[in-house]
Write a protein that binds this ligand. Sequence first.
Ligand code: ARG
Length: 594
Amino acid sequence: MKDLINILENELRQAFRAAGYDESYAKVVVSNRPDLCEYQCNGAMAAAKQYHKAPIMIAKDVLAALSERENTSECSVFDKAEAVNPGFINLDAAPAFLASHLNGMAEDPRCGIPQAEKPKKIILDYGGPNVAKPLHVGHLRSAIIGECLKRLGRALGNEVIGDVHLGDWGLQMGLLITEMQERHPDLPYFDDAFEGEYPAEAPFTISELEEMYPAASARSKEDEEYRARALEATHSLQEGKRGYHALWKKIVEVSVADLKKNYEKLDVHFDLWKSESDAQPYIPDMVKKLKEEGYAHYDQGALIVDVAEESDTKEIPPCIILKSDGASLYSTTDLATIVERRKLFNPDELIYLTDKRQEMHFIQVFRTARKAGIAAPDTVMRHLGFGTMNGKDGKPFKTREGGVMRLEYLIRDINEEMEKKILENRNVREEDARETAEIVGLAALKYGDLSNQASKDYIFDVEKFTSFEGNTGPYILYTIVRIKSILERYGKEHPDAADGTILPAAGAAEKKLMLAMTGFGDVLTGAFAELMPHRICQFIYELANAFNSFYHETKILTEEDPAKQASWIALLKLVKRIMEEGIEILGFGAPEHM
Ligand code: ARG
């Protein structure tokens, strides 16, 4: 269904046209002076130039046309429409119209969320963990923001395919193989003469892998000979050496099982578990084409593609396709992955989520893909670079000992704090506190992240994120739980009550709540277009505030007029649905009590 603001704007368009002005001036926005009006249109000011007329004259002409329309139509849309110097058009929605719009939202199975007219096929590349390295806080943002964008894109009717794009092909694999050989030289993987079947069970656990990688990485920084061996092992693996390949497969298998478990805890789910190595078969042909068609050339031994453009305001270095030793790089893999994705899915859009420090990498990759026709001409490619999650000291978040914080421990810390607060609150039985804390803890973590603009750094503050007050996940859940409990009590007192109709708002707080609710679809559309989940958080927060103000001045359960009471109950049901749809898109759910 259509968003309320679009309906209002459509009215203004008609009025602009009827008054003889171009309807493109009829843009309606939510008022930035809520004390004066609910919506406003500032188009008369912009139109003044074109029509050589005072803006206030234009505004008055438009309003005359508008009032004519309103007089002849059955349901008037505006309660107030006035021209204010120097040419603003101030608007208030008519309560009856607002109520009927909300009843429409309540009947709509999509709760007023507009569905894409031309659904897009979008591949969302997020998560991006690396094999054998434990998930740490650096991977958290990619997972949380990516999962939200996936759900958001789908809610708007698109086909979104989430791909974890596992890092399984770089030097870290050579390091692990080398370290494994140091520790267990007798494993058949290292016996060149071995021709039998390699073991079905991995001869190592995830904990061993996780301990091995940092050890190997540290040693390679001090030990030249060791590093050379690791590079050699990486190369042999990439050349397809049988034993290494079998070992690599096992390492990936054990890692993936562990990663899946961890993402599950975050309620993050990928449709595809593809990886860097899957793109390797596409590299030779791609390189050949780049060379033959003259896009790539050699420079100091390396194969590069120039991607600088005249309009650049900063230097954009060439995209390196092959190093001078012939090895491929991160950009090579990403370009080959575009080839693969085009072949397998032919997507309309590719969206990548990584730390914003990778911005240059994606500029180079996208430009190369565009220029050389690796991506289809109409495929949109976007990179969302997010900021760093910092500790209270403003530096990248670390453990108390200064190490990299494992995601598991971070979740554990949040849940412990949450459980403490929930027990203090005494609304939940002690034996249920842990389970509730897990639900609310996930909300605290995800909301804490998503409510900050993705591109900015933010401070991870357990105390703040787990608070029941302010712009936090727990506050949002608390509001939902409050609505649930009112509805539950009403249901008990009126077991046979039929669904009520939402009546025009009786008071200011109720109207404010109603207006807030109508913004849902428009906010989702905007948040997706701009890849900005924090706008959804802002919307839900304002909706929760509007609901709580209404709740504090309205005696819902003791109301004596049954139609009025039923209308409020219907209103509450819709608020609850909008909030639940909203948090589902953010990636978490609400408990029954808290
Ligand atoms: N594994 C990479 C990293 O840890 C992230 C991968 C992101 N996706 C991509 N297609 N480059 O930085």
